[in-house]
Design a binder for this molecule. Sequence first.
Ligand SMILES: [Mn+2]
Length: 197
Amino acid sequence: MDGGCERFDPGDGALALYAQAFVAEAPAWFAALMAEVRWEQHWLSLFGRRIAAPRLSAWYAEPGCSYRYSGLSLAAQPFTPVLAQIRACTEALAGHGFNSVLLNLYRDGADGMSWHSDDEPELGPAPLIASVSLGATRRLLLRRRDAHDARLGLDLGDGSLLLMEPPLQCYWQHSVPKTRRAVGPRINLTWRRILTR
Ligand SMILES: [Mn+2]
């Protein structure tokens, strides 16, 4: 594990990028997740139409965590061995505990994620989100909620860890734009701490 960290402080929340955090483990983690994860096609509701989300997703958590995402109640699956290992490594570097993870598989450049914040009520008012990237490099864009031309772009490469520190989710949105470039598959894991009763 390499502790080299680049910090970004755009105001109202900061980001810490550990570009080389899990470079050594990344190929084995990617292969294990491709094989073990129950990838699901999620459906989004857009202007009354049901459209396929441009990515595959999965939700894993400790028992007792429930989560609503884009209006869907996702059933939590228990962590697989590789997810338990990734969680332990992420917690060690983040200095923070997580009890759930949302996985997204961007199969190629036609997959992406539109503008949003990780601000579901289950996460509490000031969540720390830890984002692990495996596979192809994709660009994460950030923009202020109240000033869309204030932007920041970060390339998230294989084996990187990005910490999004509070109160970033209150003031900033992020997206993963689609690209016409030929890019291979990327797995992104966003580790969260759900507040349980
Ligand atoms: Mn997000």
